[in-house]
Write a protein that binds this ligand. Sequence first.
Ligand code: ADP
Ligand code: MG
Ligand code: ZN
Length: 750
Amino acid sequence: MINQSFSLRITVHFHHGTFGKIMEDKITKQTSQVFDILRQVFGFESFRPNQEEIIKNILNKKDVFAVMPTGGGKSLCYQLPAKIMKGTTVVISPLISLMKDQVDAALENGISAAFINSSLPVAETASVFRRLRSNSLNLLYIAPERFAMTGFFETLKTVPISLFAVDEAHCISEWGHDFRPDYLSLSNIVKSFPSVAIAAFTATATQKVQDDIIVKLGLRSPFTVRASFNRPNLFYRVESKRGLGEQILELLRRHASESGIIYRTTRDSVTELADMLNGKGVRALPYHAGLTQEERKKNQEAFNRDEIDVITATIAFGMGIDKSNVRFVIHADLPKNIEGYYQETGRAGRDGEPAECVLFFGREDIPRIKYFIDQATDENERSVATDKLNQMVRYASHNVCRRRQLLAYFGEKYAEHNCGACDICTGTVQKADITIDAQKFMSAISRTEQRFGIMHIIDIVTGADTKRIRELGHHSIKTFGAGKDKDKHHWRFIADELLAQELISQDGDRYPVLKITAKGKKVLFGNEKVIGLKREDAEKKRRSGKGTEFEAYDESLFERLRALRKGLADEQSVPPYIIFSDKTLHEMCRRYPSSLPDMAEISGVGAAKLEHYGDVFTKVIKTYLEENPGVSIPKKRPDDTEAVRDSSKTKGETVEKTLELFRQGLSIEEITKERNLAASTITGHMEKLIMDGYDINIDRLIEPSKRNEIEKLFQSLGSMQLYPVVEHFKGTVSYDEARLVRACLRRGKE
Ligand code: ADP
Ligand code: MG
Ligand code: ZN
């Protein structure tokens, strides 16, 4: 279908006549070939934005310059043509670790690929060169320093080269944050291979870097693509920092046994956080520049292979992460600027599935960053850095869609009124008239002659009984205790909002005191109103609001497929996401493909993967379906079914219905029959109800002694994964039972 409509679309641009006809045929043929390969080799049904145009230009031997966000699908843009064109496509890629994963991923798809870099033993390097000379490589990945070695260009000249692809091309720019001097030798490609096209790819958004790349590589009026930087599957959220450890743990509970990155500023805090998490049973490892290269590599590898769930890291961690199933990125400290922040959060959700980016924002981080900025000797540098920091602070404190603000930073205007995937737009943060609170707070500042800091003012407003308050006699001022009906967090939030709106300011470096600005006086003594960000029921909304457009999947089945994937990955020592991405597994957990033809329909399952893994995965799914006879399998593809959309819309109601029946005394089995739904679906409802804190009599669901044993095992395993538990009991405990016990444990912790 797609082929036909596409070739029709293309042909209208051509004039009649023989030449037109020949071109027409050629292009139609090329188009259908491109789609065939997309489907058969990569297992994808359609292109992501810009991929198709880029591939067309590469096939027409035109230079290409493409700026696409992380996860935009840059690799496919050169891997697909590499499979079509005669000769070898040479990919210049900066990181050794990444190179191996990319080659493994290509091999998994049945594309002949190899890499050469310093980590490769001499004998193997020689063998790769032999394969290159015998023209049997579609893709050759090469580290840039190789181009500076004598004789390398000469060797390359003896073989047919179809394309030079420069990945992470910002490394060639001195303005880029990852500048690599050995990339400069790439400037010679154009001279040595005048007839071979070059395609450069980067995710760096700044214009300066972009211009520099084109000049340095000597691209010849390249076909240029600048994709939108919007990442619709990422949910952006800012939370006030208070009791960071607890806040992080709470978030991790929602992401149990999912992969995530937590960024912190200092090495010590990175190590401490990893220790703390391990103490709480979270599998976490640290990553920072103070570790030996060996340790860093080991920890990164463990993360890549799903051996640990969380990596705590400084910004040293990032380059060379192609892991596609990162489900959350947390910034536990304020980043220095939006550029870095966006790049770091961009590591979440490469597979296009929902992922969450949370910034824990505390004003106390600001002076720390200012301190570093002040170390710079160049005044211009200092002022640029200060501006960038202010933008970051505004991002965190203003009542404006986070996505809109992020994209605006990169010069992109976000047209939608409501992005649907940030805390501001989804109403997790609401607007509120906070005039009264603002007046109480500012009155306390005013009545103490603007000589005290935030914490002290909060103490006054909340009526705290501290020694300092008594000594200063502040318990007798009129505003003392005027806001004691609300807690300190609330007042901290008010303080932050007033600062962000410049109604008050902080004065003094070491012991900043609060002053009321001219604007603030209008609120205190006049009748100006203050509208701020209000947080209400944040927790409740967040749970249900997560990824509004994205569909639920069968989590019990997912656990099984995930375990299967991990086993297969380990056998071949490749990262699990290379076998199948989370996105692909999620789709399996919605459509339950139990035959090879059904499996071939799943996005991300190409011919090679179908052959390698089709049998084992369908087998597990088949078994699962036998064990859960009530599972209803959707007929249509999820992206065009109304049925699925409907089900998400009514999810709240359907959980309620289950609760109602349960309260009437029905067992899970009876509810399953009554509602004609799968047992695992009903268990899912119960799980949600338990975790949402409903009063559910667990004893009715699972025998207490059994529950006790399962609980103990969870605790001794130190992980919340279901698979090991079910495995341990050798058939006497079902996934659904383990899920229910896990839900109780999770609730118990809150
Ligand atoms: P980038 O290098 O731009 O950050 P990748 O090339 O690593 O992104 O691709 C990110 C993910 O998107 C990979 O898991 C890849 O398989 C997937 N992907 C790429 N193109 C498509 C497509 N057309 N349809 C579905 N998934 C795709
Ligand atoms: Mg990439
Ligand atoms: Zn928004």
